[in-house]
Design a protein around this ligand. Sequence first.
Ligand SMILES: [Zn+2]
Length: 475
Amino acid sequence: MNKLLPAAFLALLSSSCSHAATDKNNQQPLPASQAKNVIMIVADGMGPAYTTAYRYFNDNPATKKIEQTVFDRHLMGSSSTYPAPISGYITDSAAAATALAAGVKTYNGAIGVDVNKNKVESVLHRAKKQGKKTGVVVTSQINHATPAAYISHNESRRNYQELANSYIDNGINTDVLLGGGWKYYANDKRNLVNEYKQANVHYVDNYQSLESLPKNKAVLGLFADVGLPWALDDTDKFRLSTMTKAAIKQLENEQGFFMLIEASQVDWAGHGRDIAAAMHEMSDLAKTVEYLEQYVANHPDTLVILTADHSTGGLSIGRKTVKPTQELNSTYFWQPEILRTMGMSPSAFSKLFANNEIVLKVASQHLNFELSKTEFQLLVDAKIAGKNLLKEFLEKPLAEQKKVKYKPQANTPIHIALKKIIDVRTNTGWGTISHSASHTAVDVPVFAFGAEKQRFSGAIDNTDIAKKIFAILGK
Ligand SMILES: [Zn+2]
């Protein structure tokens, strides 16, 4: 902020600019020179392969060209993601979120604290101090690593309940807080929902209620026990977009706002090697960014930045298979067709298939693509394997059963088998030989549009993103 001019004058200047600055030739409002509103989007786990895969997933096969995506339109550069040296080269979401939120490299697991476990100020804290409104919208539980690093401080991301408590015990610093988390907000130990209500915060627990929020009142919205259902399975397949629209309406004010949006579950799909879930999470994110594109066109004093905290799963678009299928002699192919129309997530299907007698035709109907007899047999075999695993477990003495951290689930082998069928069909690869995958240290893309977007061009570091936002917000 320009120190020579009083803040009130600058606020007046920037708010008048947003309406007055219009290019007479095309009537498009010009970007304002200063960003009054800052919207930071973190797509957890979204390395470069995800935005590229989304382009082909989004492609309309009826046209010759491959359609440009909202991501293609706003690419500014890339960001490195490595954590503090003590944690090596590969970051987790906590250290990366602390870097993006506070501009400080820290150890993996750290929430808003540096390597010495000292609290560090986040851009959300700064915005609040500046008199802006603040909002957080995520598809994970609201006390998960990324939102927590913007809102609070803790030496470990695993202290979920402590983090949830801290959001209210340290003073509520968000005007809008939307995501999942009933498990932590209304349990035997403490009913945080009631405490929020007593603090005059409006509480909602379903997406419909977002349409009629009371004006000028802080809002807490929780829509699931932990994370929200996969976009593929949720009642609202574009829930990130729905929550974002409602939050912005609530946050708009003369002083401006800072909002964090997290597409949290791209990462979860990557860990689970689930290309179907990943593409539909990307679809929800794309719809959210498309909405923000329109918002910025009408509110040129708004800046939107999108990046990932790291990449997850070592996703590869195409892979070398041992034996190409007979119909496809080339190993160079990626076929997202079945992903586009899928009606439910592999996870949801596996539960349905484990608990019901389902024939090939019905299974194909649920998935919305034709399974071959061989593929169906793989699912049937997996169902038997799942039943046997559970039976073996239940035959063990109770004392031994209690020692096991995760009780085997009958649907797990079906879930794994279906994801493998989908990987073979689409020719999707993952950087793992296990059934789950981890983070990788590849640089991630940076996207920006609106006021002051040029600050985010080129090859930068994740800490630079916070530093640039601090510079925009001022001291
Ligand atoms: Zn992760």
